[in-house]
Design a protein around this ligand. Structure first.
Ligand SMILES: CC(C)(COP(=O)(O)OP(=O)(O)OC[C@H]1O[C@@H](n2cnc3c(N)ncnc32)[C@H](O)[C@@H]1OP(=O)(O)O)[C@@H](O)C(=O)NCCC(=O)NCCS
Length: 260
């Protein structure tokens, strides 16, 4: 398990330390506030994540990292250990939900992990635009190496996709800038650090709710059945007035970094 250490962030010229919540339990509130601050309300209503969150935080406190700059949390990195088939094309069409359940099952069955799965990287709002996302990603790889894992696996949420909710993810991930690099900022960072895009996981998270819940989560009205564009959702959500349901299926992208 990692111990606290200091690294020199050469790409950004920033001095930082990395601590896990098992080393710095006093950071738990700030860590969770920073981690939660990045997401629209509906994203925190994934039933699989809710059902497993406390277990993950307790079993894997050593894998919940805070990057500290001058004593403040600049970035939050949440990871869980899992055992995966090394033929990564076999990864499921589920992503976050699958990995969350599997990490808890593997731990409870004493199955040794060979991968650290990244759940989220969040750069604190005051620290964005300083290229810390690249350093945070490198720290995930460093941590997985310390845990003797062969891979960092991520169901990546491309951070620009919400602006293109009508474009299928399989198409979006192939968009490139003029320089041939991925159009999406976050996919570009992973590629630059050697990450390999495996495939889209179309059902990474499934968020169901009643229409009243969706209206309170989004501040929108859903007067009739159909598909609706909701700010910061990567795809439209499905509303069924007769069934009183709203359902969002979030697609993510499996990306793998080898640690060796
Ligand atoms: C996605 C995230 C981690 C990126 O971190 P960041 O501090 O905003 O971005 P960085 O300074 O590290 O830059 C990363 C890339 O984005 C680009 N970028 C940063 N801010 C940008 C902006 N406002 N507009 C356009 N591009 C921008 C940078 O140019 C850089 O690309 P380049 O190196 O090819 O030039 C951060 O915005 C974040 O925490 N977002 C909320 C949570 C999230 O979406 N996490 C990822 C999924 S789990």
């Amino acid at each position: 398990m990692s111990s606290e250490y200091t690294s020199n962030a050469t790409t950004a010229g920033v001095n930082y330390t990395v601590s896990s919540l098992s080393e710095r339990p006093d950071l738990t509130d700030e860590h969770q506030t920073t981690g939660g601050s990045a997401w629209p309300e509906f994203m925190i209503h994934d039933p699989v994540a809710i059902a497993n969150w406390d277990k993950m935080m307790s079993y894997f406190a050593g894998d919940q990292l805070s990057m500290l700059v001058e004593g403040q949390i600049a970035a939050v990195i949440n990871m869980v250990p899992i055992r995966v088939e090394t033929d990564l094309i076999q990864l499921p069409d589920r992503g976050v939900d699958w990995g969350v359940e599997k990490s808890v099952e593997d731990h409870e069955n004493s199955t040794p992990p060979n991968a650290m799965m990244g759940l989220q990287v969040v750069i604190g709002k005051n620290f964005r635009g300083q290229r810390l996302s690249e350093i945070a990603t490198q720290e995930m790889i460093v941590h997985a190496r310390k845990r003797n894992c062969d891979f960092v696996l991520l169901p990546v949420r491309p951070n620009g996709k919400h602006a293109y909710p009508l474009i299928p993810m399989d198409q979006y991930i192939n968009w490139e800038r003029a320089d041939g690099q991925p159009f999406d900022n976050w996919l570009r960072i992973h590629k630059r650090l050697g990450g390999k895009t495996i495939k889209v996981c179309h059902q990474s998270m499934i968020i169901p709710g009643t229409i009243a819940e969706w209206e309170s989560w989004t501040g929108q009205k859903f007067p009739g059945s159909g598909q609706y564009i909701v700010p910061f959702a990567l795809n439209p959500i499905d509303i069924d007035v007769d069934q009183n349901t709203g359902r969002y299926v979030e697609p993510n992208v499996w990306v793998a970094h080898r640690t060796g």
